[in-house]
Structures are given as structure tokens and as C-alpha cells.
Write a protein that binds this ligand. Structure first.
Ligand code: TYD
Length: 209
């Protein structure tokens, strides 16, 4: 028995949280057991690593250190939470996964192929069934985040960095057209939800759910 693994990706301020709630209720209505989680985080150890990663005071953090901590948090999350939940047949919705490391660390931080290699140990062969890339112009995303309060360490990065991250997602989407679906996150919330539901209906049909 294997559940479904659904991930959401995108720049800051793309509105992932709202859509995660929507996806949850989509599966709830079908009577399926659905759980949501996030990266970095999702287990006690991974949440501690998250605090280190996002702490705005940790300005001296080296890019390689950053990449390894994201991967370490993921290694624990996959083994302690995600894979067991999938083995119990649950639908797992995850706010960010390995694509974030490719976009932010390989492209944003220019770390290149090292990121995918290290992360292959972290994910241990586990990949999402479907990934929604909530695409928004970084400038618009930044304006949305700034209305929500203080910036964390990654959000404080210059716009340049966020355009590189977006380029990373673009490349990933082109390389994985079956798995990664680009969602125009500049649309109205209801329209975005509908766009996502169309893909979910199709996925459910394919999986016989
Ligand atoms: P979060 O508060 O989850 O941001 P958002 O609300 O935008 O999803 O913080 C996670 C931050 O960490 C976000 O800026 C993206 C970054 N990140 C990476 O750089 N690499 C990764 O592998 C992951 C999972 C996140």
C-alpha cells in the first residue's frame, strides 16, 4: 500500500499555505486520510534545524553549510515521517521538498550538481507523485511577504537571488514535465485552486482513487 506524495514549491509569497488547505479539503471530501507537513521541518529534529536555517541572525552561514543542513533536515523527515505515512496509505502534502534545494541552493547559491548528489542520500529514492510550482514574479512575491511581517534569513536575500531561484524552478519544470506542474500564482485564489484541482482529479483517476 502506498499513499500519495504531493509537494508545493515556489518563491516566497506565492500563497502555498492557502492552496495546501485547499488540497487537504479536496482529499478530505473523498474520505481519504490526509496529512500535511513542511520542509525544512516536520519532525522535532528537523524543526530545530529549521530554526538554525531561518534565524535572521545567522548571516555568516556558508552556502555549503546551509545546503547540508537542509539535506540533514530532509533525511530525518523522509525517514521519520513522510515514508512511514505513505506506507500507511496516507496522502502526504508537503510544503517544499528537494526541488527547493535545487532551486535555492544549486541555482540561487550557485552550488551546482553537488546539491542533487547530496540530496540523493537525503531522499533515499523518494520522489513526489506530483509537484505544484506556484510561480510568481519575485518582485510581487516580495511585496506580499513584506505585508506579513519580518523577513527570515532567506527572504532577506536580494531580488537577484530570487530571480535565480525562479530560473531554477523553470529548469526543473522543463526537465520534469510529467511531475512538475506550473501554476500561475498571480491569479486570483479561486482560479489557482481550480487549476490545481484539475491536476488532482487527473492524478486520482490515474491512481484509481
Ligand atoms: P518558509 O517559511 O517555509 O518559506 P515559505 O513560506 O516561502 O515556504 O521558509 C523556508 C525557506 O527556506 C524558504 O525561503 C525557502 C528556503 N529553502 C531552501 O533554501 N532550501 C530548501 O531545501 C528548503 C526546503 C527551503
Amino acid at each position: 500500500m502506498r499513499g500519495l506524495f504531493i509537494t508545493l514549491e515556489g518563491g516566497d509569497g506565492a500563497g502555498k499555505s492557502t492552496q495546501i488547505r485547499n488540497i487537504e479539503s479536496f482529499f478530505d471530501k473523498k474520505g481519504l486520510v490526509v496529512v500535511h507537513t513542511r520542509e525544512p521541518g516536520g519532525t522535532a529534529i528537523s524543526e530545530k534545524l529549521r530554526d538554525i536555517l531561518l534565524d535572521a541572525k545567522n548571516l555568516e552561514m556558508n552556502a555549503v553549510t546551509e545546503m547540508l543542513i537542509y539535506a540533514a533536515a530532509r533525511a530525518q523527515h523522509v525517514r521519520e515521517f513522510v515514508r512511514p505515512a505513505l506506507e500507511e496509505g496516507k496522502i502526504v502534502i508537503c510544503d517544499r521538498f528537494v526541488d527547493s534545494s535545487i532551486a535555492y541552493q544549486a541555482y540561487g547559491r550557485d552550488l551546482g550538481d553537488m546539491v542533487a548528489e547530496v540530496n540523493s542520500y537525503a531522499i533515499d529514492g523518494l520522489m513526489p507523485d506530483i509537484t505544484f510550482w506556484m510561480d510568481i514574479d519575485p518582485k510581487e512575491g516580495k511585496e506580499r511577504v513584506s505585508k506579513m511581517g519580518d523577513f527570515d534569513r532567506l527572504e532577506m536575500e536580494k531580488l537577484d537571488f530570487h530571480y535565480k531561484v525562479r530560473g531554477g524552478y523553470q529548469a526543473l519544470a522543463e526537465q520534469n514535465p510529467e511531475r512538475i506542474k506550473r501554476i500561475d500564482a498571480s491569479k486570483a485564489v479561486d482560479e489557482i485552486s481550480r487549476d490545481i484541482e484539475i491536476y488532482l482529479e487527473e492524478l486520482c483517476r490515474r491512481k484509481g482513487l
